[in-house]
Design a protein around this ligand. Structure first.
Ligand code: GDP
Ligand code: MG
Length: 438
């Protein structure tokens, strides 16, 4: 997620690392690098201009505080800017009761996201949620939502015929909405924004009087998607955006430009095809991920959700055995990539850390190495001499260099875990972390 942008921005900071004072030349260079990084990430030109102009003003206009380094100064102001771009308040949080209209182009993810939201609201916020499909363009579309509801134990409004018009179905559904806290209306999309689509949505909107009107946007479409968003907002008065396919290979431009271009904030994001792959959009936390400061809170929340039966007492006595458990847990919370994105500075050292490619097979190989060690060695890999390392390599079908790399990495992980403990403690999701460390 946003890893390319993240990497490029990390370079901006690398260049000013260990420099004493922020000179006008450094400001120029940093602004230029930030501009290029953002344009490469497909951020809208007007947004890039806005950000770089503001940054230049802040960085050169004021007396730079003596006690902070150039790196800290640039990082702070850039962070502020990115948070502002993403939205200045956490409007993603807080689930409002009432009717909810889902709209968007065909294939943007409306139906999947309707089910994900219903699942999130009912499981995490204990809401009574009803799903209604108004997509009468294809019989399969209604079936799709009905199936998702059935699979996940969600209520689905079934009291209609598929030959009825969307407005007729909406009217019928409105008769039962009082029995639910939230009713989500999934609608038909079109390939392009056109009058027929808007007329249908406006007619539905007048019937259901939505408390929330969300536009679902495929983030892989980049800035193009935002053009249609403006048209939707003009007709429907959106209350929020939902970005899907954040998990894909997207450069982040649509997310960073969305609020400036559409005047509407991202509220949720879809991070995969599964029912749980949805996250509330917290601008601060996303900015943190982009700037690679790590999103410790989300990480700890994820771990807490796993409610892992961890044997880790404290980072001080992490052993190789604990590492194996940890690796297995990492796989559970969405693979090593899923784990890494929450850790500070991981963007930079990720490649080094996982030996080039970050994949699960790599984890399996490392687990094999650890399992070839004796209990004593696993508790204290420092005692491994050259001949034992050779034997372990042979026993696990790996090279000695793989064994050496793993041991080195183990030391690094210990340092990393210490950091996590510290930061998580600072931000005070203590209870969750304690559960992990018990
Ligand atoms: P609709 O036409 O707007 O209702 O789109 P659908 O909900 O039917 O989604 C179209 C496709 O996109 C489906 O195959 C979904 O599984 C997929 N999809 C939706 N959201 C996401 C997401 O956040 N990540 C990924 N990877 N796929 C998604
Ligand atoms: Mg659909």
């Amino acid at each position: 997620m946003f890893s390319e942008l993240s990497k490029k921005l990390a370079n901006v900071f690398m260049r000013v690392r260990n420099r004493g004072i922020l000179t006008p030349e450094m400001v120029d260079n940093a602004i230029r690098d930030i501009r290029v990084s953002m344009l490469d990430a497909d951020v809208a030109l007007q947004v890039v201009r806005e950000v770089t102009n503001l940054l230049r003003e802040k960085l050169s206009g004021q007396e730079i505080i003596k006690s902070t380094s150039p790196e800290q100064t640039i990082s702070k102001y850039l962070n502020d800017e990115i948070v502002r771009l993403l939205g200045d308040n956490d409007s993603g949080s807080g689930v409002k009761n009432g009717t909810l209209l889902m709209c968007g182009l065909q294939g943007s993810g409306k139906t999947t996201t309707s089910a994900k939201l219903a699942n999130l609201f009912s499981k995490k916020y204990s809401k009574r949620v009803l799903l209604v499909s108004l997509d009468t363009t294809r019989a399969a579309a209604i079936e799709q939502l009905r199936k998702l509801a059935l699979l996940n134990g969600l209520s689905f409004f079934d009291d209609f015929k598929e030959t009825e018009a969307p407005t007729a179905i909406a009217k019928k559904a409105m008769k039962v909405v009082s029995r639910f806290d939230i009713t989500i209306f999934d609608t038909a999309g079109r390939m392009y924004v056109n009058d027929a689509l808007m007329e249908e949505l406006i007619a539905v909107k007048n019937i259901i009087k939505p408390r929330e009107s969300f536009l679902v946007i495929d983030s892989m479409m980049g800035q193009d998607a935002l053009k249609s968003a403006i048209a939707f907002n003009d007709n429907i008065e959106l209350t929020g955006l939902i970005m899907t396919r954040i998990d894909g290979d997207n450069r982040g431009g649509a997310c960073l430009s969305a609020k400036s271009v559409t005047n509407c904030q991202i509220r949720y994001m879809g991070t995969g095809e599964k029912i749980d792959d949805i996250e509330i959009f917290h601008p601060e936390r996303i900015a943190s991920r982009i700037l690679d400061n790590g999103d410790i809170i989300s990480f700890v929340e994820k771990l807490a959700e796993q409610n892992a039966d961890a044997e880790i007492k404290s980072s001080k006595d992490i052993t190789m055995d604990v590492l194996v458990t940890h690796f297995e847990r990492i796989k559970k919370i969405g693979g090593i990539e899923g784990f890494m994105k929450y850790l500070p500075g991981m963007g930079k050292i990720k490649d080094k850390f996982m030996g080039g490619t970050v994949d699960e097979k790599n984890i399996d190989r490392q687990v094999a190495i650890i399992k070839s060690m004796t209990k004593k060695e696993r508790n204290n890999p420092k005692i491994l001499n050259a001949s034992r390392r050779r034997r372990i390599a042979a026993g696990s079908g790996q090279q000695v260099s793989d064994v050496n790399r793993l041991i080195k990495k183990y030391e690094e992980i210990k340092v990393m875990m210490k950091k996590i403990e510290k930061m998580a403690g600072n931000k005070n999701p203590q209870a969750a972390l304690e559960r992990l460390l018990k």
